[in-house]
Design a protein around this ligand. Structure first.
Ligand SMILES: NC(=O)c1ccc[n+]([C@@H]2O[C@H](COP(=O)([O-])OP(=O)(O)OC[C@H]3O[C@@H](n4cnc5c(N)ncnc54)[C@H](O)[C@@H]3O)[C@@H](O)[C@H]2O)c1
Length: 439
């Protein structure tokens, strides 16, 4: 079976590499020649633990090819995955499906009879049916199957998630599509991974509802954190206890600066927009979107107020990526918080283990450093924004000595009161009591 993967971003590249690891012949196509050149040279274009080894091995063994040439790739493929971006449309928050439709048109022109076309990108309900109708109209001469196969991998553990998913969801409209997916995911099936075979529409809704629910959980615990701060509680203790209830579960109950990333923000907006469009208002998720936006601004405000109160002019920011183990900065809270600090007249020094390259392009007037210790030197406030492992065991006495001030904002609750003892730091976390030396 020959697989074509259209789009080699975070989802397409990981999926393509992992399908090659399953033993299939995979050709990954991207319209960006710079990406393809690097991949052809064996260079991994995104930071994703474990990906480089699999990519190099499968490319060397001839199962994995990279090209910008879509037409011959599609013409030769049995299964064609679409993994292009579906960003937010400016203004109304709807998913921008232009890349999906453009890819579908190119595929329609080149596909062979019996091809199975699979949308892996996150698309709003009705898109697979639309794309199916569009391709059928363009190529009434060719029989093909349409499949919706949303992806649930998480950046930072994408390879592991792809190889060991909780479940695989496939939406189909015919037996051929279903049979093709069973073949493609057979290695997972053998490991007893549940496969949900359902309709195109259900598969589309499942993906959005899952992301919306997780984003809602994060927003919920962030508001609980606000309550804890006012009432003298500790959100970690509360989250731990409620998370032990199996009906609730402990995941996604970490208070922080608001969710970011390439999925939750755009998917909650698109989900809410779909609800409005279909006159089935998703009011909870509308609220999640609003509360999360406000949260990023209120976090920046906390830092600005602390700086103004203590005459601080320089802030060291540790962590720009929206979460650890990725170089992805899309809609990262840092992208709202840093400009807000700068607008308030604060100078920003920064460090991130992997995201500097991407961040430099969108965050002007930030000075970058090679280590956390260099970044905090001379800063009045240190702001920990991403819980990278390298920030989990900082020598806080050294941090305090290097800084010109003593305020540590830990917006990921990485440290505890005992870590702060004896450092001289004025420690402010999220939803937990203040610790250390004030002022
Ligand atoms: N990133 C994640 O963690 C994640 C997880 C689950 C689902 N998703 C969904 O998967 C989809 C892809 O996300 P991503 O983060 O991988 O996107 P991305 O922006 O990283 O990658 C998309 C790639 O597609 C390429 N492309 C666009 N049109 C093309 C065309 N016609 N032919 C060839 N290449 C084309 C672009 O050049 C780009 O490299 C989105 O719908 C997203 O919501 C993402």
């Amino acid at each position: 079976m020959k697989i074509a993967m259209i789009g080699t971003g975070y989802v397409g590249l990981v999926s393509g590499v992992c399908f090659a690891e399953f033993g299939f012949q995979v050709t990954c196509v991207d319209k960006n020649p710079a990406i393809i050149e690097r991949l052809q040279a064996g260079e991994v274009t995104i930071y994703e633990p474990g990906l480089d080894e699999l990519l190099v091995r499968n490319a060397r063994d001839g199962r994995l090819i990279f090209t910008t040439d879509l037409v011959p790739t599609v013409a030769d493929a049995d299964v064609i995955f679409i993994a292009v971006g579906t960003p937010s449309r400016r203004g109304d928050g709807e998913a921008d499906l232009q890349y999906i439709y453009a890819a579908a048109d190119e595929i329609a022109a080149a596909m062979k009879p019996g091809a199975v076309i699979v949308i892996k990108s996150t698309v709003v309900v009705g898109t697979n049916a639309d794309v199916r109708a569009r391709i059928a109209k363009a190529r009434p001469d060719v029989q093909f199957s349409m499949v919706s196969n949303p992806e649930f991998l998480r950046e930072g553990s994408a390879v592991e998630d792809f190889l060991r998913p909780d479940r695989v969801v496939v939406g189909v409209h015919d037996e051929a599509g279903s049979a093709a997916m069973k073949r493609v995911y057979r290695p997972l099936y053998l490991r007893e991974t549940p496969m949900i075979v359902t309709t195109l529409e259900n598969a589309e809704i499942i993906k959005y509802a899952a992301n919306a629910y997780l984003a809602m959980k994060v927003t919920f615990i962030n508001e609980v954190a606000d309550l804890c701060e006012k009432a003298g509680g500790n959100v970690q203790d509360v989250a731990r206890a409620i998370g032990m209830d199996n009906r609730i579960g402990s995941k996604f109950l970490h208070a922080g600066p608001g969710f970011g990333g390439s999925c939750f923000p755009k998917d909650t907006r698109a989900y809410a927009a779909t609800g409005r469009k279909l006159e089935a208002p998703q009011t909870l998720i509308e609220q999640v979107v609003t509360v999360n936006e406000l949260r990023k601004h209120s976090m920046a405000q906390r830092v600005i107020e602390a700086a103004q109160k203590s005459g601080v002019t320089t802030v060291a920011v540790l962590g720009i990526a929206f979460k650890p183990n990725t170089d992805d900065i899309r809609e990262s809270p840092a992208l709202d918080i840093i400009p807000a600090l700068q607008k308030a007249g604060l100078t920003v020094r920064a460090h991130d283990p992997e995201a500097r390259g991407a961040a430099e392009q969108v965050l002007p007037e930030v000075t970058w450093y090679k280590s956390a210790y260099e970044a905090v030197e001379g800063a009045g406030i240190t702001l920990l924004l991403t819980e990278w492992n390298v920030y989990r065991a900082l020598d806080l006495k050294r941090v305090a000595t290097l800084m010109s001030g003593n305020i540590l904002f830990d917006l990921r609750n990485v440290y505890s009161g005992t870590d702060i003892e004896g450092t001289g730091l004025d420690y402010r976390s999220v939803g937990r009591p203040l610790v250390g030396k004030r002022g």
